[in-house]
Design a protein around this ligand. Sequence first.
Ligand code: AMP
Ligand code: MG
Length: 412
Amino acid sequence: MIPLAEARERVLARCERLPAEWTRPAESVGLVVAEAVVATEFVPPFANTAMDGFAVLAADTRGATDERPVTLEVVGTVAAGSDGRVPMRTGQAIRIMTGAPMPPGADAVVMVERCRPHPSGTRVDVCVEVPVGNHVRSPGEDLSPGDVVVEPGTVVRPGHVGVLAGLGLAEVAVFRRPRVAVFSTGDELVEGPGELRPGQIRDSNRHTLVALLHELGCEPVDLGIVPDEETILRQRIHEATTTCDALVTSGGVSMGDFDLVKKVLGQLGDMEWMQVAIRPAKPLAVGTVNGVPVFGLPGNPVSSMVSFELFARPGLRQMMGHADWGRRVVVATVPEGFARSPDGKTHFARVRLDTGPGGVVTASSAGGQGSHQLSAMAAADGLAVVPDGDGIAPGGEVPVIVVGSLTGPLPS
Ligand code: AMP
Ligand code: MG
């Protein structure tokens, strides 16, 4: 058996970053920026008001209070979208709406709540003294030409999409979203509803893997179920590795007589077979076929998912240009402990996580821990990393890889 860290190194050595591509910002969320985005214009582009109110000359409001307001003549209205070219001079005011340009003569805005317009509409009492620039948003207060808006290596989030749109930039250079082929193998597998014949099971792994790839921001290409038959397997691997950026397979990589994935991949490419010192997900095939990384994951449903987490995820993230593997590790208290015995392997227990008062995270078993018991994996928020040995005593602590949600109460 080889240690987890070494297995992961070998996986990462196969996963080269994909080239960058110009992509529409909204389609780039979750992808990694390859080239710095630099502002080419001022945001906001012109001085405008942050409030609904009256554009004035600050000097005209000197000494104004509720009791002794200053009365100004209202000489026009500017709404958002107008060019704002309404002239005014001392003693005058212009009704103005949030986002409207500052009229040329004005240098401050008094919010409408501090003004008392006369019923005629031609005069207004201003009840507060304001400084020059009051509620005025200057051009470039957010961005100016030359500002680096998004650094290379940034993961695009919705806010970035807005910033790019605000600058009129229609495309951003991001590392390409990998197209990842997926198939499951096994003569026992069938698809969808309908009665099962003796010995048959329904294919779950392929669907799990497609979902994991979606979640990761890859484009899954579903190549279906492949029987334990060399010719078909060979043809499907060829198809996958000549049309996609990576291939993820489930099943057929352990020690059984019909574990043909191992054999055929070995004939077609440069593959390594590993027995990793972990449980579940000990067997792993990783390598390159037609220059494309291949992750041969074990068939047991929980093993398949854990193997994806520990190997395919970091590998694919590296291809996507991410600097990390995108999972948080928290230290959790285990009130019940985890019993185990030494076997030379690190165990990954499926746990639920709860955040208590003061932010203390506790972990508890998510259910049956067999590698075929997918329901507990589905219910799990995390994988508790239980080191080789006699387990974790009740009340002890364990690092947990967060794979689901880790939520706490909404701050009040
Ligand atoms: P294998 O890795 O092919 O030896 O399969 C190990 C175990 O996982 C066997 O019990 C298989 O029936 C089961 N298995 C393999 N592939 C799948 C799949 N796609 N969905 C559900 N179970 C599977
Ligand atoms: Mg099989």
